[in-house]
Design a protein around this ligand. Structure first.
Ligand code: PMP
Length: 396
């Protein structure tokens, strides 16, 4: 096979080569039949359950529309649930708590506000703790949060794809999500956007979540499929809520519609589901999320080490505070006139693509999703080391 580019882009991202080879065969002849799709979808669900250890308390639903559609859908479904639980409350007394740590959670909070019918409370805003009071460069410590009493939802984004900050998976890290501050005795309305770190490692406190969602297109498949893990008490009769005054929910956004029809209420994104199924099988063969958590740790540690080395040589500068950095998207600046463009051009010449940071923040963003191999990451590391060596700023 001809040599392929190494895709360090933030998404849609790389897929394992063996999966792509298998998919080309399956496109021509899918298990000798055309009618096995329902069974296939069930096997995809089972494999997600196995990989993430999802208990029967939670349903797995498949839909379309990406994370962005879920920004609206989580609000509608969780406000419907809140209405059924507390029919008498005035709209403005229904509170949605948003933890804002980057541009994606900011967008989600803006969508909640745009939709109206409730009060949006910013439970934490990491910019207050940043170097210049306006950057998303950190995951705040526990004292930064103020959660409401009985909110309809509590929202956070596990990994901020643009800004390169991520909640830690270590229970005792200052950068882990403050689960300990949430009420202990209630069914928590906790919503996690896992779009860009889904299946990179186990999800801390998965069973405490009301909703976890992710587009397939970073770690597990091509674009087109959105995966939802919804606790069963959050699959509510949205029409009954509407009769009590809640906003009516478009039929394909209602989790109950998806659940009642085994995610086949309307035509599913079959190609994306097919390839996602192959990726999940492949992940299980390699050892599941224990394997991927180790791989993720190793790859990201190597990139952060090379970044640190470049910082010591005065050529790179991390955009985020130590300890808050994402294991999926590593963001940094290249210092010195014209050197950012030179770094990107040199990488492209070596077949490494997609390294330019998001246009809103600039710099470099290295996305090391599951299908970027350790060897490919090593190639980038040697290039970073070589580049830093050549452009080292010699201190007097
Ligand atoms: N949340 C996060 C963390 C993301 O990275 C993205 C997209 N990259 C989205 C939400 C939006 O997802 P989509 O493009 O699938 O709508």
């Amino acid at each position: 096979m001809e040599s392929r580019a190494i895709n360090f882009g933030a998404g849609p991202s790389a897929l394992p080569t063996s999966v792509l080879q298998e998919a080309t065969k399956g496109l021509l002849n899918f298990k000798g039949t055309a009618s096995e799709f329902t069974a296939y979808l069930q096997s995809v669900e089972q494999n997600i359950r196995k990989l993430l250890d999802v208990q029967p308390t939670h349903s797995i639903l498949f839909t379309q529309g990406g994370g962005t559609t879920q920004f609206s859908a989580v609000v509608l479904n969780m406000l419907a649930r809140h209405r059924l639980l507390h029919p008498q409350l005035k709209d403005e007394d229904r509170v949605l708590d948003y933890v804002v740590t980057g541009s994606w959670s900011k967008k989600a909070a803006e969508e909640a506000r745009r939709m109206g019918g409730s009060t949006v409370n910013i439970a934490a805003d990491s910019r207050k703790y940043s170097k210049d009071q306006k950057s998303f460069d950190n995951i705040p410590t526990a004292d930064a949060y103020s959660f409401s009493n009985d909110p309809a939802l509590i929202y956070y984004c596990a990994n901020e794809t643009v800004d390169g900050v991520e909640f830690s998976a270590e229970e005792n890290s200052p950068a882990s999500f403050p689960f300990q501050l949430l009420p202990k005795n209630a069914l928590l309305p906790l919503v996690g956007d896992y779009s860009s770190s889904f299946m990179s490692r186990p999800i801390p406190h998965l069973s405490d979540h009301a909703i976890i969602y992710a587009g397939a297109q970073k770690n597990v498949g091509p674009a087109g499929l959105t995966i939802l893990i919804v606790r069963n008490d959050c699959i509510v009769d949205v029409d009954a809520a509407t009769r009590l005054g809640a906003t009516s929910v478009p039929i394909c956004l209602s989790y109950k519609t998806l659940a009642d029809h085994n995610s086949l209420f309307n035509t599913p994104p079959v190609l994306s589901i097919y390839i996602t199924g192959l990726v999940l099988e492949y992940m299980l063969q390699l050892g599941g999320l224990d394997y991927y958590a180790d791989l993720t740790n190793r790859k990201s540690r190597k990139v952060y080490d090379a970044l640190k080395d470049g910082e010591n040589k005065g050529i790179f500068k991390s955009k985020v505070k130590e300890g808050s950095g994402s294991q999926m998207n590593v963001v940094f600046d290249v210092l010195g006139e014209g050197l950012l463009a030179k770094f990107v051009a040199g990488a492209e010449e070596r077949g490494m693509k997609g390294l330019k940071g998001h246009r809103s923040v600039g710099g470099i963003r290295v996305s090391i999703y599951n299908a970027v191999t350790e060897e490919e990451t090593d190639q980038l590391i040697s290039y970073m080391e070589q580049f830093a060596g050549q452009h080292e700023v010699i201190k007097e």
